[in-house]
Design a binder for this molecule. Structure first.
Ligand SMILES: Nc1ncnc2c1ncn2[C@@H]1O[C@H](COP(=O)(O)OP(=O)(O)OP(=O)(O)O)[C@@H](O)[C@H]1O
Ligand SMILES: [Mg+2]
Length: 255
């Protein structure tokens, strides 16, 4: 089992859309946790087009008397035709303070998912927001800052990358997920500027991404187009990075 946390530093580079896209294309069962403290469930309104009613989510998990693993199962909803179980986030920022104790409980719940062979993708939202679930970034096997490659985006990520370098190992494995490589800066330039590895890249295609962002109908060639191909490649790249990290850990533990 692996936990992958996605976040942003500034702007709206596509964290939520990317979390949905990765989850929908994940190669194993996966729990998608909407932990962005902004609230309002961008996913229920987005890929589900507001058709799916809010039933339960992190707030109910916080209130549940069940142990964390059972509570997570209770609040998660299977999404038919996908590998995804969806856990909705807070509906309003006013609920966010009540979520503070949830992050620790989720660590236990994720361990339970481990035993059932599930991965977890978490939409953490923007770094530095009030109520930002920092413990999830720290416990994730891989924490990725989603960013574009223009100067404004890179300037936003830079202080976070510097602070990660200063406080290593604040995250177990930190990297970048770049949307729109080469527009204008290349993956190489971005990695060198920020001192973080670019783990995956996604095509910059606002129309193709809209399928996962707000449930627009997929065109005939969408599934074989550059955006979906980049999502599948990103799924593979994230999986390989985690597998490599684990192999290194095991090697390190061998006397
Ligand atoms: N790969 C992509 N290429 C082009 N546009 C994209 C891509 N991914 C997402 N977008 C677009 O970017 C916009 C913001 O997406 P999204 O809401 O996922 O960003 P976010 O980082 O989660 O924002 P917020 O900080 O508001 O939560 C949307 O219009 C979405 O369609
Ligand atoms: Mg978002």
């Amino acid at each position: 089992m692996a936990v992958i946390a996605l976040c942003s530093a500034s702007g709206s580079p596509g964290v939520t859309t990317t979390a949905v896209a990765l989850a929908w294309n994940w190669s194993r069962p996966v729990t998608l946790v909407e932990a962005d403290p902004v609230g309002g469930s961008a996913i229920l309104a987005g890929v589900f087009k507001g058709v799916r009613e809010y039933r339960a989510g992190l707030v109910e998990l916080a209130l549940s008397p069940l142990d964390a693993g059972d509570a997570l199962l209770e609040v998660g909803d299977r999404v038919e035709g996908t590998p995804v179980t969806f856990v909705a986030g807070p509906r309003s920022p006013a609920q966010v303070p009540s979520l503070e104790p949830v992050w620790g409980r989720l660590a236990d719940a994720f361990d339970d998912l481990d035993r059932s062979g599930q991965d977890v993708i978490v939409d953490v939202g923007r770094l530095g927001m009030r109520g930002c679930p920092e413990p999830l970034l720290a416990l994730a096997d891989l924490s990725l800052i989603v960013t574009r490659t223009n100067l404004v985006a890179l300037a936003g990520v830079r202080p976070w990358a510097a602070s990660l370098a200063e406080h290593a190992p604040a995250w177990r494995d930190a990297g970048l997920l770049v949307v729109g490589a080469g527009a204008p800066y290349s993956v190489k330039e971005v990695a060198a500027t920020l001192g973080l590895p670019v783990v995956a890249t996604l095509a910059d295609d606002v129309d193709a991404a809209a399928v996962y962002h707000r449930g627009t109908p997929a065109g005939r060639r969408w599934g074989s187009g550059p955006y979906v191909r980049s999502v599948r490649a990103a799924v593979d790249a994230v999986g390989s990075r985690i597998a490599r990290g684990r192999a290194e850990l095991l090697e390190g533990a061998t006397p």
